[in-house]
Design a protein around this ligand. Structure first.
Ligand SMILES: [Zn+2]
Length: 494
């Protein structure tokens, strides 16, 4: 536990994780390291000849972008944390922090375990991990707890590599601060000792469980740092995430936005992840064509390109695209009141991509509809903000300004038949037909053979049960029983 000098401290930044997670199970046999519950030294770690790990970057959910006290992209060192949670995995920790930071007020740049490094926020910007003094100065990394000598050794190898990698990237040297309050490598404990604003002691106690300490860790960072200097970046070529992928551009500035958008994806436009090195392409936007997302961030790149962070319904960022390929709508907190709601029939042809909403004007997004498609309309609503919305059946609504509405000249029947009747085919169709002609005049009936039935006129406004429908030469006829048919253009089906 992280009981510090005076009080029982809160656990480390990432340690407020759920307690109900299953215990990590250990099916991997311990090989190589023979001692159990004995000290793990740098010599043990090096004896494993671990490969340098890949650095994976997840889109950040931390929307409180702020530069360090010396500016964006100017950290002064790195804080070494451990999660203080013996039952969590790296996936648990990442998911929890990405979801819970608005209430826990804790966010770090990355998590490291025995097999992975997962970055969750650009290291050019500060995070909330160790009190105001450290947050304004340092990159902050969390180590996930391990349960075997070999996994602990691998996790420390990965941790030291990533610390060295970042120190190198930002032109910071290797200098442990724990002993004198100055330097580039700070345990959270050293922050508590020398800078204040926090009282955590990690990772001292956890390291001690493995016979390890900060001095050994700094020495291993120095070794990794020197190796990076020698070979120009080790396995990753100093390139951060997705080695081999070209970097599109870097962030000049970034801000929170709150929009909905449909991607008009093409094979030429990209889909990007934001890594420490910049926007890295991960496929084309064609795979996202027509898909709807929330948009939570807008960034302008160094070369002036505007980018959107596409997020899921709960606001978790998924990937970035160039903003010009996104059709956007505002995302209102609440839908304006409906001032008029009427049944209409017709077709809406979309002139731009649109979002299908649960209710007219609300912030939901069921799916995206692409420009140029046409949809049957059943209702039309007018909202208190004077916007018009069309209902496409069920709880599916589209903003009227996304397309052109053509009202049907003859209302189609309420169920079946009518315009959906195939040419020449007779279908069962039960409804009430009201004669719609000219007041005080009437319409004639026809036989199935196309002859007028003499002596019968059905007056305007009268209502008749119909039983069948058919279409001849594009015109719909309704059957009144027996061999008596009405021309559909003179009736309103009710
Ligand atoms: Zn900590």
């Amino acid at each position: 536990m992280h009981v510090r000098k005076t009080l029982v401290s809160l656990a480390c930044a990432a340690a407020l994780s759920v307690a109900a997670l299953p215990l990590m199970t250990h099916t991997t046999p311990v090989v190589g390291l023979r001692h159990v519950h004995a000290a793990v030294s740098n010599r043990d770690i090096n004896a494993q000849s671990f490969a340098n790990p890949q650095i994976t970057t997840y889109p950040t959910t931390f929307t409180k972008y702020f530069g360090y006290r010396n500016g964006v992209g100017r950290p002064e060192g790195i804080v070494i944390h451990e999660t203080a949670n013996s039952t969590s995995t790296i996936d648990n920790e990442v998911a929890y922090m990405q979801r819970a930071w608005p209430t826990t007020y804790a966010y770090v740049h990355a998590f490291v375990d025995h097999s992975r490094i997962i970055n969750i926020h650009p290291t050019d910007y500060g995070v909330w991990g160790a009190g105001p003094a450290a947050n304004a100065r340092f990159i902050q990394l969390e180590l996930v707890r391990e349960h075997s000598d070999e996994d602990f050794a691998a996790s420390i190898n990965n941790y030291a590599y990533y610390v060295a990698y970042l120190l190198k990237q930002y032109g910071m040297g290797v200098d442990l601060a724990d002993n004198d309050g100055a330097g580039t490598i700070w345990s959270h404990n050293a922050v508590s000792d020398w800078l204040g604003g926090t009282d955590h002691t990690d990772p001292i106690g956890y390291f001690k469980q493995w016979g390890y300490d900060m001095n050994q860790f700094a020495a291993l960072v120095q070794q990794k740092y020197d190796a990076l200097s020698d070979d120009g970046g080790g396995n990753n070529n100093g390139n951060g995430a997705n080695p081999g992928q070209p970097i599109f551009d870097t962030v000049a500035n970034q801000q929170s936005v709150d929009l909905l958008g449909v991607i008009n994806g093409t094979a030429t436009n990209g889909k990007y992840y934001l890594t420490d090195a910049g926007f890295t392409q991960a496929g084309t936007s064609a795979s996202e064509n027509g898909n709807a997302y929330r948009i939570t961030q807008q960034a302008t790149t160094t070369n002036g390109t505007s980018m959107y962070l596409m997020a899921n319904a709960s606001g978790t960022g998924q990937f970035w695209v160039i903003s010009s390929i996104v059709s956007t709508e505002p995302r209102p907190a609440a839908a304006p009141a409906i001032t008029r709601n009427q049944n209409v029939t017709g077709t809406l042809r979309l002139t731009s991509s649109a979002i299908l909403h649960n209710q007219p004007g609300d912030g939901t997004f069921l799916k995206g509809l692409t420009a140029g498609t046409s949809w049957s309309v059943y209702k039309q609503a007018t909202l208190s903000d004077e916007s018009t919305w069309f209902n496409l059946g069920g709880n599916q609504w589209v903003a009227g300004n996304k397309g052109t509405f053509n009202q049907a000249s003859t209302p189609p029947p309420a169920t079946g038949g009518g315009s959906s009747v195939g040419e020449g085919e007779v279908t069962d169709f039960r409804a009430v037909a009201q004669i719609n002609y000219v007041p005080n005049y009437g319409v004639v009936m026809w036989t199935g053979a196309g002859r007028v039935i003499p002596g019968r006129v059905l007056k305007h406004g009268t209502r008749w049960a119909v039983f069948k429908a058919k279409k001849i030469n594009g015109q719909t006829y309704y059957n009144l029983g027996g061999d008596q048919w009405l021309q559909g253009k003179y009736v309103i089906i009710q």
